[in-house]
Design a protein around this ligand. Sequence first.
Ligand code: HEM
Length: 321
Amino acid sequence: MLSTVLDIDGVTAVEILVKTGASAGSLAAAGSALALLALTRFDGATARSIRRTAVAAAAFAAATSVLRIPVRASFLMGGTFSGAFDPAIVGMVAESPLGTSLWVRLAGLALVCLAVVDRRQARIAAGCGALLVCASFAFRGHTLEEPRLVLGLLVTFHLLGLAFWVGVFAPLHRLAGSDTHAAGALAAEFSAWAVRVVPALAAAGVALFVILTADPLAALGTPYGQLLAVKLVLFTLLLGLAALNRYRLTPALQTRTLRAGANLRRSIRLEALVVLAILATTATLTTVAFPERPAEHGAAGETESSAAPALTSTSSPHRHG
Ligand code: HEM
């Protein structure tokens, strides 16, 4: 795994960075829409701030997702700057699964922006947008392999759960700084969902891993499995922080214990950092590693970063998103 990560060249590093940004923005945008739809324990000012977050995150997600096209074109042209603007290559990338995923995501993000309208129908439309944003991950990458429908549904479900989790960060952080009692009520409402959503998203992640690799234990000997193990360690850390919030900080908020709000804000900032680290790990594993199924051992197993000349990687069975 270490050599795979150390072998990452400049343009692949940029691709991983942009993919991390696109995932973070997409999750924050979709999550804000889901928070407006599913959570109720916040005041009007917090609802307005969630709407602003939804639109800002959607704009960021759209910009970074679009940026992936020239970055991929540059990669295919051997990492050259001019390659990023070569109309033929950019057109080819736009017509690839990455392009399809981009259109689905942009449509979803546009719907998420309807969250600015303070009406129930608009919230439902924004919720549908969140679903499309999460589903856009199923249109490219490893989940295009068979059984495609199952993998696509699992990754969409995985991301919906994550988005809901991420979407509560901003309103909770805001409320913990202004009204600790209200923050306690929102945290308690979110916790009631989280006990079902978090195990479900983890189960979807495990199912993805098992289906993609067919032999998860053997996969742990490959860069893909090892990067996934890093992700699991970070996920355990995230669960630890979430448990601290639920069992220590939320009750402290409800009883208005001194510094409870400040402690929760710090914990949420830490959670957000861990989420970013997980997204960067996931972006790395979906860019430079591939789930090697037993039948494929010893097969070409080409990754984007190892393909040379890079253009040939478009025909690789392990073409990533
Ligand atoms: C038990 C915990 C988890 C497991 C087992 C797991 C596993 C997986 C697997 C196997 C995939 C498919 C990767 C591929 O296409 O090759 C995936 C996708 C993804 N996971 Fe997780 N995951 C977990 C938790 C998380 C968490 C906590 C986050 C974020 C904070 C996260 C973010 C993502 C993202 C963004 C994708 C889509 C990647 C893409 O297609 O670009 N996962 N996950």
